[in-house]
Design a protein around this ligand. Structure first.
Ligand SMILES: [Zn+2]
Ligand SMILES: [Zn+2]
Length: 122
């Protein structure tokens, strides 16, 4: 899987997607602080509102925030990417194998949705 850097930049427009809530902020020449987001040293992109341990001191560099401030680095939240990584690792299956399994078990997307419901979700 391609590593997502959390931001794309072409010409002067950029956008950032939060790895915690999935919220996206974008704009012309918009930098992280304009979007009220930060990127941690493990390249997670998060809204400032999810930041933890920032009561006493705030990190100075929005693009290289220490692990201790990041909810994802501390497993307060888990990103979709990390959930998939965890699932692949415990099932010992790669993406192709999971795809093949889904194709085998479901004839249509509707069947997939009906079959694989998630605990707590409709
Ligand atoms: Zn967010
Ligand atoms: Zn992080």
């Amino acid at each position: 899987m391609k590593v997502r850097l959390g931001f794309v930049s072409n010409s002067s427009s950029s956008s950032f997607t939060c790895d915690v809530c999935g919220g996206t902020e974008s704009g012309m020449d918009c930098c992280l602080s304009d979007c009220e987001m930060f990127i941690c040293e493990n390249k997670h992109t998060c809204c400032n509102s999810h930041m933890i341990n920032n009561e006493v001191d705030r990190p100075e560099d929005d693009y290289d925030v220490e692990e201790k401030y990041c909810p994802l680095c501390n497993f307060k939240s888990i990103s979709q990417y990390d959930l998939i990584r965890y699932f692949k690792s415990i099932t010992n299956k790669n993406e192709e194998e999971i795809c093949a399994e889904i194709r085998e078990n479901c004839k249509s997307y509707a069947e997939f949705q009906a079959k694989y419901t998630i605990k707590g979700e409709k």
